[in-house]
Design a protein around this ligand. Sequence first.
Ligand SMILES: Nc1ncnc2c1ncn2[C@@H]1O[C@H](COP(=O)(O)OP(=O)(O)OP(=O)(O)O)[C@@H](O)[C@H]1O
Length: 427
Amino acid sequence: MTKPSIRISHLSKTYRIFEKPQDRLMQFLFKNKQYYRDFNALQPLSFEVFRGEAVGIIGRNGSGKSTLLQMIAGTLTPSSGEIEVDGRVAALLELGSGFNPEFTGRENVYLNASILGIGRDEIEQRFDEILKFADIGDFIDQPVKTYSSGMYVRLAFAVSINVDPDILIVDEALAVGDGRFQLKCFEKIKALKEAGKTILVVSHDLQTVRQICDKAILIDRGKLLDIGDPNDVVNHYTKVLFSQLSNEESEAKVEEKAPESAVKTFKGADYTEETKSKEYRYGNHDGVIEWISVGGRGIDEIVTLTTSEELDVQFRVKANRRITQPIFAMTVKSVKGVDVFGTNSYFRGYDFRELSDGDTALITFKQKMRLMPGDYFISLGFVELINGDIVPLDRRYDVIELKILPEKNDRSFGIANLESEIEIEYT
Ligand SMILES: Nc1ncnc2c1ncn2[C@@H]1O[C@H](COP(=O)(O)OP(=O)(O)OP(=O)(O)O)[C@@H](O)[C@H]1O
């Protein structure tokens, strides 16, 4: 068994909460009295991360993700437990930490590198690479306090990944950059992974976690709730968010940074049910998806087809009360949980047709499955539009498993089959 690059054993963090600033001073002066209360931000947790693994940490706001990362990065002292880290750690923590705002970008690069234990010569060799990656032009010689948050993160990220870390820790930073920069970061993270580096990332962007991580960790209210395959853990998190929202009537309690789509769609729903091992099902049960057929087959078997074949995805819904604005939806995801395609009857411009209590409807998505060979999951949804909000009646995530096989002799690559016809004129 290979040695883990990070080993966490019974790690916990308790913060001292002082109600008033002067209580802190009182505590300092009168040590035998207690002017604070304890807050358990992280309860004892243990896990291991191996070389070459990318691990995503997810959870609601305030669940303890940053606390965990800061302890691993060595910027916060644990209350109990142990952290063993094998190799050089580069951490990109909260925006604002790490750089001195009065210094120029260039000075901060040197400062940052020296904190990471990298000599001046080594950083001089890497400087051009860092500058190229950050792509902030002449701003490198301006004080970083004049930077936009995007520029700040670009430079901080450029330093972190170019100092040859064995372990890269990133807290939510990727969300700040624009699309092109994010892509560049993904490519770099991929390259680091391939080079056997370990990556730990906190993100609210569940797509990112599914895309770049081999493993995910779900933390809720300071407790490790789940660890494992990113798609499963993200689904678990979705359920946590969903049950929270259905328990809390008040919309005001919806946390700001929770993923938009998740929050919106879970409103008003009040049941959740686990079915097959991979399927996640939830909704308010005012309508159900009661029957599904894929290419004439049921959902118990894996549907297999080749990349240019067409497929009918059919399902029957039943209304358990009057549903005035029903919407029928389908999403295809890759095995890593990346949305490949999603649509619904509303987006496709179909008029609403009211369903009365007890009515059924048969919906058929006539699909061209122009996907490259691989494994995919189809999710189906029966939802209702109420005052501009999408309310799930019955959502069946990952209910259909699909395997796309290559066409004979075709060695094209990528994620979609764009069915190129190539004309060559020799002149
Ligand atoms: N220095 C501190 N003193 C007291 N409480 C703290 C301190 N830092 C964090 N906390 C509390 O500990 C809990 C966990 O915070 P943490 O920042 O680790 O959560 P998080 O999961 O990273 O949240 P977010 O997604 O909002 O960044 C929160 O309730 C927070 O208010």
